[in-house]
Design a protein around this ligand. Structure first.
Ligand SMILES: *Cc1c(COP(=O)(O)O)cnc(C)c1O
Length: 371
């Protein structure tokens, strides 16, 4: 008997997440020096992590034989202070991806519906399917979440509704007024899950705390993987009504966030100057990349976060060409966007190199502009 015959129904149909390609595997494949490869594929922070976070992680290593504080008390205390939310309204996860899954554990049954944008972060769909729920994908004109269309897609069976703002992979953010209206218009049986993975890159992040305290069903998720530069540590968190958070606390593993990650994340939250530097560099890099790509004739979209979406005609082809030359970007076939690539904004020299390679590809006729 095959294992597949023993598997739970749904496992065989479960799509597999395709992550950005790791530097080491590209180095092996193309015989390149890994230190010369730029990974602009997973929206990681090209400046690394805050030195304060690294120092805290090193100190925490000495306690690696101890189990972590499963409740992440110190980290939650720091989050409470920085975000201005109550301690019992915060849960920490092994990346915010874990929190998306916890929402599934707590709220999704087979046959339920989950409303999401058709070009939204793909994990919402994967988690919905995992719990036998039906992803209801709503068109996104101009690559932006359409709040009214999403509201119209809600039925009696809807339990969760996801919006990422700024969205990945389109890079477009919704206005605060739109998000507040969504929070206020949803029926009582639907939880609005706002994914704020890139909120720190906005000039002013939308604020749904008033909606939460007035009793609207909203949960906001954040991560340490992006501007805080701790993607490898796996820490994210969510804040919302303490009753909702306590349900999520029940379905997580007892020690879901390791001790080193907790220490690093706590210290990262206190390093404002690192955050400021990353924000400034990101906005300079975005301008350079967008203008450079547009000069070469490529359309660029979004740009509220730390990446640029560009229509390059054939995303897979451009991905291959760039990879051969030591730059990893993200093709978007799993998102149904085969003409596009998503490029994480890198360090100044990486952005420059990317534009030079692009210019050469166009000059050599290896990449043909779609329009
Ligand atoms: C990167 C990203 C996350 C963060 O995932 P982690 O599990 O915290 O690393 C969440 N949502 C979106 C939309 C993202 O792009």
């Amino acid at each position: 008997m095959k294992y597949a015959e023993l598997a739970n129904s749904g496992v065989l149909e479960q799509p597999v997440y395709e992550p950005g390609k790791p530097i080491e595997s590209v180095a092996r494949e193309y015989g390149l020096d890994p230190s010369k490869i730029a990974k602009l594929a997973s929206n990681e922070n090209p400046f690394g992590a805050s030195p304060l976070a690294i120092a805290a992680a090193e100190r925490a290593l000495k306690s690696a034989h101890l189990y972590p504080d499963g409740s992440c008390y110190q980290l939650r205390e720091k989050i409470a202070e920085v975000r201005g939310v109550p301690l019992d309204g915060i849960i920490v996860g092994n990346g915010s991806n874990e929190i998306i899954e916890l929402l599934g554990h707590a709220f999704l049954r087979p046959g339920d519906e989950v409303v999401m944008g058709e070009r939204a972060f793909i994990v919402y769909k994967l988690v919905s399917r995992l719990f036998g729920a039906t992803p209801v994908e709503v068109p996104m004109p101009g690559f932006c979440h359409d709040v009214d269309a999403m509201l119209a897609a809600v039925t009696e069976r809807t339990r969760l509704l996801f919006v990422a703002s700024p969205n990945n992979p389109t890079g477009i953010a919704n206005a605060e007024a739109d998000l507040v209206r969504l929070a206020e218009s949803l029926p009582e049986h639907v939880i609005f899950c706002l994914d704020e993975a890139y909120a720190e890159y906005l000039d002013k992040a939308p604020d749904l705390r008033a909606a939460i305290s007035s009793g609207r069903k909203v949960i906001c998720m954040r991560t340490f993987s992006k501007i805080y530069g701790l993607g490898g540590m796996r820490v994210g968190y969510a804040y919302g009504d303490p009753e909702l958070i306590s349900l999520l606390q029940r379905v997580r593993q007892p020690f879901n966030v390791n001790l080193i990650a907790q220490a690093a994340a706590t210290a990262a939250l206190g390093d404002d100057s690192f955050l400021e530097m990353c924000r400034r560099e990101n906005s300079n890099g975005r301008k350079l990349l967008c203008e450079g790509l547009q000069e070469l004739g490529f359309d660029t979209y979004g740009g509220s976060a730390n990446f640029v979406l560009s229509n390059v005609g054939n995303g897979g082809l451009v991905f291959e060409h760039l990879q051969k030359r030591g730059i990893i970007v993200r093709p978007l076939v799993p998102y149904g966007m085969s003409e596009y690539v998503r490029i994480t904004i890198g360090r100044p020299e990486e952005n420059q190199r990317l534009l030079e390679i692009f210019a050469k590809l166009v000059e050599d006729g290896l990449v043909v502009i779609a329009r």
